[in-house]
Design a protein around this ligand. Structure first.
Ligand SMILES: N[C@@H](CCC(=O)N[C@@H](CS)C(=O)NCC(=O)O)C(=O)O
Length: 201
C-alpha cells in the first residue's frame, strides 16, 4: 500500500487516522497544486486531488473518508468508527456534523480566499467573508453540545468524529482563526487532542 499525500486538510484527516490505527503506510509526498495537477498524477486520480490510497494490487481509493473506511475495515483495532450499530450511527452523526458545520466552513473559506485554488473555483470574496464571520458561531454551537463535559466529540471514546475535528483544528491554526476564548469545553478538548501523538501526523 502507499498513500499519495500533500500538505492539506483532507490528507491530514487520513494521516491522523493512520497514526491512531498505529499502522505504517509508505507515503508519496506531492506538492499541492503542482504535482497534484501534473499529467502523471491525473492518471492516478483524474480529479487531481489527494489523498489517494493505492492498494498492493494496484487498486486506487480516493476520497479521504473512503480511505478511512477502507482502513477501518482492513485494520479494525483500535475501532474508530464504532463496534455496534448504535455506536456506529452515533459516531457517523458527529463525524458528519463536524464535517458539515465546521470543516466545510473553513474548507470553503480556504477555497474562496487562497490563490492556490483560484484556478479550481470562481472565488467569491464576499462569500469568503461571510464564512469567516460564521466561524465563531460554529464553535459556539459545538461548545453548547460539549457542555455535558464529555471527553471526546462523540462521547467518552476517541473516534472518527475527533479525527474530523482535529482536522478542523489544524486548518484553524493555519488560518489563525482559532476557537473563540469563551468556548472552554472545546478548548479543553483541543488541548487534549494536541497532546496525542497523532496530532503531529
Ligand atoms: N473530497 C475529497 C477532497 C480532496 C481535496 O479537495 N483535496 C485537495 C486538497 S484539500 C487537493 O488535493 N487539491 C489539489 C489541487 O488543488 O491541485 C477528499 O475528501 O479526499
Amino acid at each position: 500500500m502507499k498513500l499519495y499525500n500533500a500538505n492539506s486538510g483532507n490528507t491530514k484527516r487520513v494521516r491522523i487516522f493512520i497514526a491512531e490505527k498505529g499502522i505504517d503506510i509508505p507515503r508519496v509526498d506531492l506538492e499541492l497544486g503542482v504535482d497534484t495537477r501534473a499529467p502523471q498524477f491525473l492518471k492516478i486520480n483524474p480529479l487531481g486531488e489527494v489523498p489517494v490510497l493505492e492498494l498492493d494490487d494496484g487498486q486506487i481509493i480516493t476520497e479521504s473518508l473512503a480511505v478511512c473506511r477502507y482502513l477501518e475495515a482492513a485494520f479494525p483495532e483500535p475501532s474508530l468508527m464504532g463496534r455496534d450499530p448504535a455506536e456506529q450511527g452515533h459516531i457517523e452523526m458527529w463525524s458528519q456534523r463536524i464535517y458539515g458545520q465546521l470543516f466545510m466552513t473553513y474548507g470553503l473559506l480556504v477555497r474562496h480566499s487562497i490563490p492556490l485554488f483560484a484556478e479550481v473555483v470562481d472565488q467569491i470574496p464576499a462569500f469568503a467573508e461571510s464564512l469567516k464571520a460564521a466561524i465563531p458561531g460554529k464553535w459556539s454551537w459545538l461548545e453548547t453540545e460539549m457542555a455535558d463535559g464529555r471527553a471526546f466529540i462523540a462521547g467518552n471514546t476517541f473516534s472518527m468524529a475527533d479525527v474530523q475535528a482535529m482536522t478542523v483544528l489544524w486548518i484553524a491554526d493555519a488560518l489563525k482563526l482559532p476557537i473563540p476564548a469563551h468556548c472552554h469545553h472545546a478548548t479543553r478538548w483541543a488541548a487534549a487532542m494536541r497532546s496525542r501523538p497523532s496530532w503531529n501526523a
